[in-house]
Design a protein. Structure first.
Length: 310
């Protein structure tokens, strides 16, 4: 049958549409990731041993975070033990009310929260978020009536000052857990990745510090990186799985029976792959290998350990 010019044009447009969709980051095929059970004889019980030192001041489970070099902050931790907020998401009802910092210049500083707030975490994170050579302090600051927020502090004129913050979640007893801080989009800056409400349908958010404000640059539903009542907050891992220079992020699914890998592609946060697991992830996730050979080591509540890779 002879095709008219009209039909040839329709077919050509259809082919172009298919090619365009094939290149679109939102519909690109994911890599196939699988989980394989491994022997645990040579693997620590906690999968990733904790190398941070206990923090002084009597706050249960608090740890000292060491700052990157170069940078103006050498260490930070939480103090000021208080039980004024009885959420108990990290096992007990004691939280920190004071942020303490030591500087590279030998200074010793502190910042106290008002009586309506606490620091609901085991340790602050330290990173140069905007690439200016100064270290930012990334905290989980919780309002007793409006829940948690990510709040960033830094040194300003020799004092600890708030630089930027997200909004509080909006309800008491609503928490978030930081999943990682890295240059997920490439470039000199670093983005903060966290899971909001990881116990009740968690959403993964990524924020960048730009012009003194935290700006949302990515969002995906269906994640959890914490088990209620556990002190283990490291249920996530960072690795450049394709060698493009921009790290990717592995975080458990909302039921923690899958490991999901996400990363940026053409400025959009996209799924890289997912692997099913026979039980829930409840331990810190380790990374072995690089690039296409990257494997994530996940410890399960059943006591089994699985290697997740391609």
């Amino acid at each position: 049958m002879r095709m008219t010019g009209h039909f040839r044009g329709v077919i050509a447009v259809s082919l172009l549409t298919i090619l365009f969709l094939g290149l679109s980051p939102s519909v690109q095929a994911q890599d196939v990731w699988t989980a394989k059970k491994i022997e645990t004889a040579s693997i620590p019980k906690e999968i990733v041993p904790e190398d941070r030192r206990p923090a002084p001041g009597g706050l249960p489970d608090a740890l000292i975070e060491t700052g990157p070099k170069p940078g103006d902050i050498s260490a930070a931790w939480y103090a000021g033990r208080t039980n004024r907020y009885r959420h108990g998401i990290l096992r007990d009802t004691f939280e920190g009310s004071i942020l303490r910092v030591t500087t590279r210049a030998g200074g010793y500083l502190k910042l106290a929260l008002p009586d309506t707030e606490v620091f609901e975490d085991r340790y602050p994170r330290l990173a140069d978020l905007d690439g200016d050579g100064k270290t930012e302090i990334i905290t989980i600051r919780t309002s007793m009536t409006h829940g948690a927020a990510v709040t960033v502090y830094g040194l300003r004129n020799g004092k600890l000052s708030e630089i930027a913050t997200t909004e509080f979640i909006g309800h008491a007893n609503r928490w978030l857990n930081i999943a990682g801080i890295a240059s997920f989009r490439g470039g000199s800056g670093k983005e903060i990745a966290y899971v909001q409400t990881p116990h009740i349908g968690g959403t993964l958010f990524l924020y960048a510090l730009e012009e003194g404000k935290l700006i949302k640059v990515g969002e995906k539903p269906g994640f959890s990186n914490h088990q209620t009542g556990s002190t283990e907050v490291r249920l996530s891992a960072i690795a450049d799985i394709n060698g493009d220079g921009a790290p990717d992020l592995a975080v458990p699914s909302a039921d923690r029976r899958q490991l999901r890998i996400v990363g940026f592609n053409r400025g959009q946060l996209t799924d890289r792959g997912v692997a099913d697991l026979p039980a829930t992830i409840d331990k810190a996730i380790a990374v072995h290998g690089t690039g296409k050979a990257t494997r994530f080591i996940a410890g399960l509540q059943s006591g089994e350990v699985y290697s997740v890779g391609r």
